[in-house]
Ligand binder design. Structure first.
Ligand SMILES: [Zn+2]
Length: 518
């Protein structure tokens, strides 16, 4: 039986290594990947449970991906992109005003860990993949060249706010107030970040300095415009179209998936995504073999001919121990994306194998365990995960809270019931997550409590049980049900979309085989 290879934290340092390697470079690499893997899983959790609110109602996909903000941005660009719309300055041509939520950065989930990890994500992604406006190759091209106005540019410094900047360029408190009242879309101006660039367009009238047009570059693709109209200042968010280019690559495992991915010119993000897509079928910590190989068809985002970000994996193939797995991405009408097999089965399962990241298994499932001294049968009906007190415990599947409270030797315990016959139990918690009450619903990956040593526990650990129809099963090896296949109403569209992608995978495989034979 396969383990869930992404989640077994005890093995996480090995995710990308076929065999343990101890030279300094690999050690660092492993460490950074360890961090990345955890963050990445959290990203999934964040993305699934906290869809960013956008005016276009596109949902955040449940994938490792760019930050929620960037996702919101790129999803908008798909729908609302209008190249060079900046020139459209007449109020009549002004697109619909964005709602506040449209441009407000996605709210952080209200748990400490999520916040910390989100910050780490931002930092990690910043050098390679951030849409940092200050380093954008196209920043200058976005300046509106309205010859009637005199343009002044100002970069936001650390500790700046709108009124400080307004003072610097000679505008008064009334101007600040009027801009702040421009409407709901104005939020980014009230939450300026260092490095952002503001452009002020003044009229040419020497007697009065009237601000006609204010621009804030939110990203290479998004500009917030505030223009003076007969009814005062009005906001308008302009999104440029990102060009999606499809590309593909292949690789063969020599020592690790990570190294093979980099050799195949995949970014860290795409390697992680590849590991995630196949992570339910292939144990990347234990099963990887020299000669295993992969092919990835993916998108890249371009703006003005420059690549600005990695897109998504559209289709991929992984051959492990001679078994070939294929995955196709499908985005439904609501904007949610999932990976499916060519048959339309889900690539993921309804349960995660492990309820805590970064833990180690301290005691395995053993129905016949003998007491070391008494030699009597003392079965261990679950798996113990040792980790520091306070480590978040995650629901392994969607479900309903059946029990939350003290339960004898189990201490503080949560029991979840999942569609029909499955229940999971989480014991020895230090505290419960707020809002986890009897009858409340939880989603896979939601924090339900925090690791502790309440009840009969000799040290901090989570005792985790998995039951089918009330019978204890080994959580590490039990066959997990697959998640829902492609819904019937999408099947035709899915097949249509997957046909050319599968043909591409076939062609690449053929080419590689021919190449290998020579
Ligand atoms: Zn136990």
């Amino acid at each position: 039986m396969k383990r869930n290879r992404l989640l077994p934290s005890s093995k996480q340092a090995n995710i990308f290594s076929k065999k343990p390697r101890f030279n300094k470079r690999s050690h660092l690499l492993a460490l950074s990947l360890l961090t990345f893997a955890g963050i990445f899983i959290t990203t999934i959790v964040l993305a699934t449970s906290q869809p960013a609110d956008t005016s276009f109602e596109s949902k955040i996909i449940d994938l490792p991906n760019l930050s929620a903000e960037m996702q919101a941005m790129s999803s908008k660009s798909n729908l609302a992109g209008k190249k060079d719309e900046l020139a459209a300055v007449s109020p009549s041509e002004t697109p619909e005003l964005p709602t506040a939520s449209a441009i407000k950065p996605a709210e952080k989930k209200d748990n400490e860990l999520a916040a910390i990890e989100q910050q780490a994500i931002d930092e990690l992604q910043a050098p390679a993949e951030s849409y940092d406006p200050s380093v954008s190759p196209s920043t200058t091209q976005n300046i509106t060249s309205n010859s009637d106005l005199n343009w002044v540019e100002e970069t936001v410094k650390s500790g700046d706010n709108l009124s400080l900047i307004f003072q610097r360029i000679g505008l008064g408190a009334t101007d600040t107030h009027n801009i702040a009242q421009a409407g709901k879309g104005v939020e980014p101006l009230l939450n300026l970040r260092p490095g952002q660039v503001l452009r002020f367009g003044f009229d040419n009238n020497q007697d009065s300095k009237t601000l006609q047009h204010l621009q804030l570059q939110l990203s290479p693709i998004q500009t917030l415009n505030v223009k003076l109209t007969a009814e005062g200042y009005k906001t308008n968010l302009v999104t440029r179209e990102v060009e999606k280019r499809q590309t593909n690559t292949s690789g063969s495992i020599e020592s690790s998936l990570f190294e093979a991915g980099i050799a195949a010119h995949l970014s860290h993000k795409l390697v992680m995504e590849l590991a995630y897509v196949f992570g339910w079928d292939i144990d990347f910590a234990l099963d990887l073999r020299q000669g295993d190989n992969f092919t990835v068809v993916y998108e890249e985002d371009y703006l003005d001919g420059d690549k600005i970000a990695d897109g998504n994996i559209l289709a991929a193939e992984f051959t492990n121990h001679g078994n070939t797995y294929r995955a196709i991405r499908y985005t439904d009408d609501s904007g949610a994306s999932h990976y499916y097999t060519p048959n339309g089965d889900s690539m993921r399962k309804t349960f995660n194998r492990t309820p805590v990241h970064f833990s180690r298994i301290s005691s395995k499932f053993n129905p016949n365990r003998k007491h070391p001294i008494l030699k009597t049968s003392r079965p261990h009906q679950g798996v113990d995960y040792a980790a520091p007190i306070g480590t978040p415990i995650l629901a392994t599947g969607d479900g309903k809270v059946d029990f939350v409270g003290n339960k004898g030797g189990y201490g503080r315990t949560v029991i979840l019931s999942h569609t029909g016959k499955y229940t999971t139990l989480y014991a020895h918690m230090s505290k419960f997550k707020k809002g986890v009450n009897r009858g409340s619903r939880v989603q896979q990956g939601d924090v339900i409590g925090y690791l502790g040593m309440s009840g009969l526990a000799t040290g901090p650990h989570l005792h985790y049980e998995f039951r089918i129809n009330g019978v204890h099963r080994n959580p590490l090896t039990v066959a997990l049900p697959k998640a829902e296949p492609i819904p019937k109403k999408y099947r035709n569209a899915f097949e249509q979309q997957s046909r050319p992608l599968l043909a591409q995978l076939n062609n690449i495989s053929k080419t590689r085989l021919a190449f290998n034979d020579n």
